[in-house]
Design a protein around this ligand. Structure first.
Ligand SMILES: C[S@@+](CC[C@H](N)C(=O)[O-])C[C@H]1O[C@@H](n2cnc3c(N)ncnc32)[C@H](O)[C@@H]1O
Length: 378
């Protein structure tokens, strides 16, 4: 047995023990598909103790490389939209833009997708997961759409080394890939704010869509929806506080010039910004303001927490004064009023867990509701 075969068997055992890998066909895929082929160009690892995080390349000639490829870790493969591991000698301090997802999350999602023999699958975001899908279903049943040309090309080389030649498409996965539709399953390995209706249209009735719904307050959850005969998709969140890099067209825009934060009406806040510390509460707050970004500023010797929707210009600035939270708001909407109202209604309904929420996607858009109380549309 080669070193990498032994590492794959060990990884599979760990994923079974962790409850992520639950069925024999996916176990066989993990035991067979060489993840290291998808990391031939190396990866970046975080430099311990750096803040903001600095990244150091690990290339295949590093003695730790092969073993690290089979750790249950997400491995960053691109930084700042273009920078690959071989481009860096030393360290780089910019934001990661592509990674090979951690195996436990990949297999958990594939298991949650409830794939059956003969299914045709559309995947958004190409990589190791594409290899597992090809092993499970056969390359001619897999279409994978990747927005980044370099990532798609590297994935194509890796898949070729595994003997797989599925339909790889370079493009914006938010539009899906009409040409090889309909699919029995659609799975997204990047996060989305709104689940695109194109995925519903391209998935046959009875088919399943799996995607992580997120917002710019960065609370997110994995949703599984079933497509109905009426052309809508309905489902639930599955839990686990899953987060993914956002789909590129839905990344937050630059903040630009800040509004005049001294203007606007000031009032005592009913809720302080610590509501954003809890994952579920933040998710609910985000339903009220999915396109608001949150920043903290030091102004006049105090910390201000600012929610800002760059597209509309709406903003809310909160600070604490002698134990009392105050909020000032400006622009065309009252962002913090909306957050307070949404979180209060959810709490009055008993603060149901995200697994109890319902997600519905129609031609008109996406609705997220929770039991007993009103609903939110985002
Ligand atoms: C976390 S990675 C997952 C990759 C892969 N599924 C794996 O197993 O490692 C997310 C991928 O989604 C891609 N992506 C982001 N936005 C996209 C979009 N709009 N359409 C298609 N791919 C997108 C990124 O370039 C990145 O390669």
């Amino acid at each position: 047995m080669t070193d990498d075969e032994a590492l794959r068997l060990r990884l599979a055992e760990r994923l079974v023990a962790g409850g992520h890998l639950r069925t024999a066909p996916w176990r066989a895929a993990v035991e067979t598909v060489p993840r290291h082929e998808f990391l031939r160009d190396g990866f970046f690892e975080p430099v311990e103790g750096s803040a903001p995080t600095a990244w150091r390349p690990v290339l295949p000639d590093d003695p730790r490389w092969l073993e690290r490829c089979y750790d249950d870790d997400s491995l960053v493969t691109q930084i700042a939209g273009t920078v690959a591991p071989r481009d860096v000698r030393g360290e780089i301090t910019r934001t990661p833009t592509s990674s090979r997802t951690m195996p436990s999350l990949v297999v958990r999602m594939l298991e949650d997708l409830s794939v059956e023999d003969g299914n045709r699958v559309q995947e958004i975001g190409s990589g190791y997961s594409t290899g597992l899908l090809c092993h499970r279903l056969g390359e001619d049943r897999v279409t994978s759409v990747e927005v980044d040309r370099e990532v798609s090309a590297a994935t194509g080389v890796a898949l070729g080394a595994c003997g797989f030649f599925p339909e790889l498409v370079v493009g914006d996965g938010l539009a899906g890939h009409e040409e090889t539709a309909p699919y029995d399953r659609t799975v997204a390995t990047c996060g989305v704010i709104d689940l695109p209706y194109a995925w519903v249209r391209q998935t046959r009735p009875g088919g399943i869509i799996l995607a992580t719904l997120c917002g710019w307050l960065y609370s997110s959850e994995l949703a599984r929806l079933t497509v109905g005969e009426d052309g809508t998709a309905r489902g639930r969140f599955l839990g686990g506080q899953i987060s993914f890099m956002l789909a590129r067209p839905q990344l937050p825009p630059p903040l630009g010039m800040l509004p005049d934060l001294d203007s606007g009406h000031e009032r005592p806040a009913r809720l302080a910004t610590d509501v954003l510390d809890d994952w579920n509460t933040r998710f609910v707050a985000q339903l009220a303001a999915p396109r608001a970004q949150c920043i903290s500023l030091d102004r006049d010797g105090r910390t201000e927490h600012v929610l800002l929707d760059v597209d509309t210009g709406a903003w809310a600035a909160l600070h604490e004064d002698s134990g009392q939270w105050l909020v000032r708001q400006g622009g065309p909407a009252r962002l913090w009023d909306d957050v307070e109202e949404q979180v209060t209604r959810w709490r009055e309904a008993g603060a149901p867990g995200l697994e109890e929420f319902e997600v519905c996607v129609t031609r008109e858009g996406q609705t997220i509701t929770w039991p007993q109380a009103g609903h939110s549309i985002w």
